[in-house]
Design a protein around this ligand. Sequence first.
Ligand code: IVH
Length: 692
Amino acid sequence: MSDDIPHDVHARYDALAKAVAAADIAYHQQDQPILSDAEYDAQRRALQALEAQWPGLKAPDSPGDKVGAPAAAGFAKVTHRVPMLSLGNIFAEAEIDEFVARVQRFLGFDAGAPLAFTAEPKIDGLSCALRYEHGVLVQAATRGDGAEGEDVTANVRTIAEIPQRLAGSAPEVLEVRGEIYMSRSDFAALNARQQQAQRPLFANPRNAAAGSLRQLDPAITATRPLHFFAYAWGEASALPATTQSGMVQAFGAYGFAINPLMALCADAAAMKARFAAIGAARPGLDYDIDGVVYKVDDLALQQRLGFVSRAPRWAVAHKFPAEQAVTQLRDIEIQVGRTGALTPVARLEPVNVGGVMVSNATLHNEDEIARKDIRIGDYVVVQRAGDVIPQIVEVVMARRLADAQPFAFPHICPACRSAALRELDENGEADAVRRCSAGLTCPAQAVERLKHFASRDAFDIEGLGDKQIEQFFADGLIRAPADIFTLAARDAAALKKLKDREGFGDLSVKNLFAAIDARRQVPLNRFLYALGLRHVGRTNARRLARHFGSIEAMLHTMRGDADIAMKEITAIDGLGEVVATSLQEFFAEAHNNEALDALLETVTPLPMEALISASPVAGKTVVFTGALERMTREEAKASAERLGARVAGSVSKKTDLVVAGPGAGSKRTQAEALGIEVISEDAWFARIEAGS
Ligand code: IVH
């Protein structure tokens, strides 16, 4: 290294090189980016600029030399026949009581009623689904997004701890699920080998396990010591047990490793004791765990409890306390979101927090910065817990530098220079969030909305990720959602073709156009969610879609009399004035209506009826009354809604069906008077089971 390079340039270069290398590992080997694409690009560019300016600085293995493109999509995709779900998290002991109470309430149990749970370590690896047919391993898949993973069969066959053939008599079809992980000692040995071979090091055992499993060449996986704990299952032609603990025992008998710390707990007190015991055992384990998972033991009860969005109601993950580290705050940057919210983001001197390099943290809003008196240049305590975005806990005041700069939160939007305002609520209190007032004319908002529009839960257009949208927007190719659907036609007529651009080619452009074409018809709920209206997330979009049934019906209402629209929206179960007002504000703007009409010329939202018409109660309005014996009210409502029914609290002319238990009174009489069908709870089950 040459001596004439200033010390601070060295320090900055080292920090940047580390940050880029860490981001590379996280992205390529772990599939869990720690930086957004834009942040990553900016850091790489900064690194390369320093290298250009100070040639003596450049390390022989500079991450600036590596190609930033994602790894080739070398694995075939596997659609999970039973989705691979995630778990809800809790962090405090008191939340165990809340979890138990919630389960009891849902099941209609008395608070003291016996209800057993299993408690087991949450292994910090990657989940994998192993499919056995006639006892023989036929397929292994990663979790992926839960709906679709990657086929890693060849690689999994190299893992000694995973049986190729099940011992004993297993069901004809059985998908065993569990966690693939690397032991701490094997991780240390692997990193030592990597270092010797001058190859990049892995940040932690999970990273190493993921990188080892996702090798395109199974011969490499075979050299990496991977382990597996079985703890769950997917498709099964029959189940060998009626309890969670019994299932795991059965996995043990088939030849799988099962975790020895798993225990059956009779109540919340026992769960707390188990949490403490597993926590105490943690430092002595040769594998990483990041919490304890509690599951209702009785499988029939699991079945009744079912799922909310992507997590089971019958299980929860109790995470160990967040890990913390101290680092310096370099700068505060303002990001402009899809609804114009100005969000401050802390740019940190990269620091290792519990095995992950952190260089950004959220600062929430301007009041938070003021409350914690956070100044640029301060040393701050950074914390990360589970998958949440790292946070700044507090400033280390003892280390405050004399020149630490208080942060002046901008009152104009950094993207478009329009005024950024804090709205007042009905009590005259300023909203915590400052928003750019320019709406869609603000480029940052427009780009963020487009990203949302194409994102997984919205239009889900493969190949049109954040990076591509930023590029297309900057080049003026896509300014509004409708432009996405005219892209192919315009490209055909253009002189400079997409396929000739950097980062594109014949095939990727063809795939992109095909992915866009595949979304010319989308379910109405996705369509509404994609519009990105304030307060209309996935759940509310589904409520609106279910209520209106078609976009035409919705437009008819929203573009008609405002009072009637207000009444209609607020009458929808689960929706109130906040959503109704947000919708009205959207439809009051001419440019929103124009953009929507332009979109509807190229895209057809599929009516809701078509989507759930297979269900016998789809689109029906159902009222439950009287004492229900086989399910609680909450359970009844959830099961009906899952099948596309609307559940109402009172009987009216709009009611299609009344499910009446013993002791049903006025609602039953009312229904009979109106000539509405009244059935028993048993008949309800017969009907939904027959049709679903
Ligand atoms: S049960 C339907 N048990 O945690 C519930 N998950 O946050 C299925 N994990 O994707 C998961 N140890 O990768 C379960 N003992 C354990 C686990 C465990 C680790 C992981 C798993 C899952 C994630 C959910």
